[in-house]
Design a protein around this ligand. Structure first.
Ligand code: HEM
Length: 216
């Protein structure tokens, strides 16, 4: 694909590396749940109720990985049919990711050190918000409002990619302090990751999406 610039390949490679642990690591959980070897730390909630977590991992994988392609301007410009087909797929995948995340947040029995009230409410709010943004993005593009569509999808992607930022912060924490954060510290770290992503999304929208509304 000659039309894809080096900058776009770099951005794509960055997103793939950044999302690697929750996306590809998640596939290892699926392998375990379908009877394969257990190579990642045990998750008793996944063993007790595997369907939502399997759907969650598959939906999240597609949303993060295929979603990355949607940000490449050259694909949007030169392959609009591909952008539309991938878009339909990630609308479904993003909603599956968020709704199964919502389901697990409410119905899984978490010990307090893995999910306190702060994380519970953040997960409930953000998963509903992510679905709302995806639906809004679809409505916007149906009425040809490209700016509102791009801004809504970028915000939804930032919420989805919270899992990657949480992984990066968690690894950073373990390297700095030698142990996993738990309890309110963990809740705070998880929520900050979403805050950080949404902040970056707002900056990108101001820099790249919103200027398209200004007259030439
Ligand atoms: C609104 C967005 C999301 C919410 C509210 C959410 C919530 C959750 C919840 C409640 C669990 C169960 C955790 C447990 O049992 O310990 C979970 C598991 C998981 N999530 Fe998400 N999630 C979201 C998005 C994502 C995304 C986008 C990814 C991938 C990039 C992802 C990757 C995973 C993985 C791999 C697991 C399984 C962890 C394991 O097997 O131990 N999540 N998520």
């Amino acid at each position: 694909m000659k039309i894809v610039s080096r900058r776009e390949w770099t951005l794509l490679a960055f997103i793939l590396v950044y999302s690697f642990v929750p996306t590809f690591g998640g596939l290892l959980r699926i392998i375990e749940l379908v009877g394969g070897p257990a190579v990642i730390p045990e998750n008793p909630r996944a063993l007790a109720d595997s369907l939502p977590i399997v759907l969650h991992i598959l939906g999240s994988f597609l949303f993060c990985i295929v979603g990355a392609l949607q940000f490449m301007p050259s694909v949007r410009q030169h392959y609009p049919a591909t952008h539309r087909a991938a878009g339909r797929m990630i609308v479904v995948a993003g909603c599956v990711s968020a709704l199964t995340g919502l389901w697990m947040t409410h119905f899984f029995a978490f010990p307090n050190e893995l999910q306190g009230l702060l994380l519970y409410w953040a997960r409930i709010t953000l998963s509903l918000w992510m679905v709302g943004l995806i639906v809004w993005a679809v409505i916007a593009i149906k009425s040809q409002n490209v700016v509102a569509h791009s801004a809504a999808m970028l915000r939804a992607y930032a919420i989805g990619q919270g899992a990657s930022t949480q992984t990066v912060l968690g690894i950073g924490w373990m390297l700095a302090f030698g142990s996993e954060p738990l309890g309110s510290l963990r809740d705070g770290m998880m929520v900050s990751a979403w805050g950080l992503n949404l902040l970056i999304a707002e900056l990108l929208i101001r820099k790249m999406v919103a200027p398209r509304t200004l007259p030439a």
